[in-house]
Design a protein around this ligand. Structure first.
Ligand code: GLN
Length: 446
C-alpha cells in the first residue's frame, strides 16, 4: 500500500509505469502476510517489485513499449517472472521502456518518455528507463531490466541506482521479448549492491526452455559481499579516459578508483585495442538479429492488425507500418540490408569477426586484472529531446557498455558521485561468472 500510494502520487510526473497492477499486488501481499505469519516464508517474500514491460506476465498487458503490442495480454509468464512469483513478491506493475528496447533515452516508447527523477527535464536513460526512474524515486524497491547494449547500466548510471547485467546465459530469456537474442540479458536494478545480490540469487536459474541458459553453480552472493578487497587488481584502460569523456565525469570516476586504492586495490594499465569498433559492429549485428526476431509481428497471430486489409501483403505491410515506431523501422531496414545476399559477407560476417576480437581483448586484459573500471556513459543524463534529431550521437554514447554485450561478460553500474546535480555511475566489468566478485567490489564501495 505504501508503494502503490507513492506511485499514485508521483508517477503522473515521471511516467515510469505503463501498467499498475494494484489489485493483483495487494492480493499477493495478503498471501505473503499469511506465509510470513506461518513462519515458513522464503527470503524476499512480500517485498514489492516491478517488471520491465519486455517480460511476459500472464494475464497482464505486455507491450514492450510498442503500439504493436499495445493490445497484447501475455498468455504465460516469463521464466524470471515465475521465479519471483513463487516467492509471493507482489508485482506492482510493468515499467516503461524504449520500444522493443531500442534506445538510450526512453524517448522511443509508444507510451511517452520517462522523466529522470533527479531533473524532470532530463532523460532517465534507456532502454530500462522506467525501471531505473521507479527505483530511484522510491516507487518500488526493486525492478527487473534487460541489457542488450547497456540498457540496465546506462539508466542505472543516469538515475543514481545500481544495476547488474549478468553473464550471458545466467538468467533465462524465456518469455523475454527478443531484441537481439545473442546479446539480450535480464538483470536486476535496485538501490544497493546488497539488494542486487538478493535478487540475482532469484534470477540466476537454469531453464530448459532457453537453449542458451547455462547450468552454472550458484555462489552465495550475499556471503561474498563482505570479502576484503586487499590485493584486488583493477584494470584501467587508457582509452576509456580519452576524447569524448566529459571532464567532470572523468574526475568522479578517477576519484572512485582512488577510493578503491585506499581499500587495498591496485591499478594496472590494460589495453582494449579493438573497442573503437564496438559500436559499429553492434549496429550491424543487433539490427540484423532484430530484423529476424521482429518478423513474427505480422498482424496475423497477435499484436496490432490494420483495418480492412485488401490482401495478405497489405495486411503485413500496413500492420507493420502502423505498429512499429520510427526507430524500430529504421533498425529492421538496417538489419535486413546487412543480412541480404551480397552484403552479408561485407557487413554481417565482418562484424562477427570484430565481435570475436573484442571478446579476445577482454580475455587478454583479464589475465592481468580482476575487474575493469571506467565510466558507464561519457556524460550524465542529457536533456529530453536533446539527441532525438541526432541518432548517431545517441548511438556513440554507448561506447563503454556495448563491448561488454559483444563479449557476453557481466558488468555493473554503481553510483559514484554527482556532476552538476546529476548522478554518474562507475562501470565494473568482470570475467565470465564473476557476478559475486562484482557485487563484493560494489558493496565495499557503498
Ligand atoms: N542503446 C542501445 C540500443 O539502442 C542498447 C539498448 C539495450 O541495451 N536494449 O540498442
Amino acid at each position: 500500500e505504501f508503494f502503490l500510494a507513492r506511485i499514485a502520487e508521483h508517477d503522473a510526473k515521471l511516467n515510469s509505469f505503463i501498467t499498475v497492477t494494484a489489485e493483483q499486488a495487494l492480493s499477493v501481499a495478503q498471501a505473503a502476510d499469511k506465509r510470513l505469519a506461518r513462519g515458513d516464508a522464503p527470503h524476499l517474500c512480500g517485498i514489492p517489485m516491478a517488471h520491465k514491460d519486455i517480460f511476459c506476465t500472464d494475464g497482464v498487458l505486455t507491450s514492450c513499449g510498442s503500439k504493436m503490442l499495445a493490445n497484447f495480454t501475455a498468455p504465460y509468464d516469463a521464466h524470471i517472472v515465475s521465479q519471483f512469483k513463487a516467492l509471493d513478491m507482489p508485482m506492482l506493475g510493468k515499467t516503461n521502456m524504449d520500444e522493443f528496447a531500442m534506445g538510450s533515452s526512453n524517448e522511443s516508447s509508444y507510451f511517452g518518455a520517462v522523466k529522470n527523477p533527479w531533473a524532470l527535464d532530463a532523460v532517465p536513460g534507456g532502454s530500462s528507463g522506467g525501471s531505473a526512474a521507479a527505483v530511484a524515486a522510491g516507487l518500488v524497491p526493486f525492478a527487473t531490466g534487460s541489457d542488450t547494449g547497456g540498457s540496465i547500466r546506462q539508466p542505472a548510471s543516469f538515475c543514481g541506482i545500481s544495476g547488474l547485467k549478468p553473464t550471458y546465459g545466467l538468467a533465462s530469456r524465456f518469455g523475454m521479448i527478443a531484441y537481439a537474442s545473442s546479446f539480450d540479458q535480464a538483470g536486476p536494478m535496485a538501490q544497493s549492491a546488497e539488494d542486487l545480490a538478493l535478487t540475482l540469487d532469484v534470477m540466476h536459474s537454469f531453464d530448459m526452455r532457453d537453449s542458451t541458459s547455462l547450468d552454472q553453480p550458484k555462489p552465495d552472493y550475499i556471503a561474498a559481499l563482505y570479502q576484503p578487497l586487499a590485493g584486488l587488481r583493477i584494470g584501467v584502460p587508457a582509452s576509456y579516459f580519452g576524447e569524448g569523456l566529459d571532464a567532470e565525469v572523468r574526475q568522479v570516476i578517477e576519484a572512485a578508483i582512488a577510493e578503491y586504492e585506499k581499500l587495498g586495490a591496485q591499478c594496472v594499465a590494460v589495453e582494449l585495442p579493438n573497442q573503437a569498433h564496438a559500436v559499429a559492429a553492434y549496429y550491424i549485428l543487433a539490427p540484423a538479429e532484430a530484423s529476424s526476431n521482429l518478423s513474427r509481428f505480422d498482424g496475423v497471430r497477435y499484436g496490432h492488425r490494420c483495418e480492412n486489409p485488401k490482401d495478405l501483403a497489405d495486411l503485413y505491410e500496413r500492420s507493420r507500418a502502423e505498429g512499429f515506431g520510427i526507430e524500430v523501422q529504421k533498425r529492421i531496414m538496417l538489419g535486413t540490408y546487412a543480412l541480404s545476399a551480397g552484403y552479408y559477407d561485407a557487413y554481417y560476417l565482418k562484424a562477427q569477426k570484430v565481435r570475436r576480437l573484442i571478446q579476445q581483448d577482454f580475455l587478454t586484459a583479464f589475465e592481468q586484472c580482476d575487474v575493469i573500471m571506467g565510466p558507464v556513459a561519457p556524460t550524465p543524463a542529457f536533456k529530453l529531446g536533446e539527441k532525438t534529431d541526432d541518432p548517431l550521437s545517441m548511438y556513440l554514447a554507448d561506447l563503454y557498455t556495448i563491448p561488454v554485450n559483444l563479449a557476453g561478460l557481466p558488468a555493473m553500474s554503481i553510483p559514484a558521485g554527482l556532476v552538476q546535480g546529476l548522478p554518474v555511475g562507475l562501470h565494473l566489468v568482470g570475467p565470465y561468472f564473476s557476478e559475486a566478485k562484482l557485487l563484493n567490489i560494489a558493496h565495499q564501495f557503498q
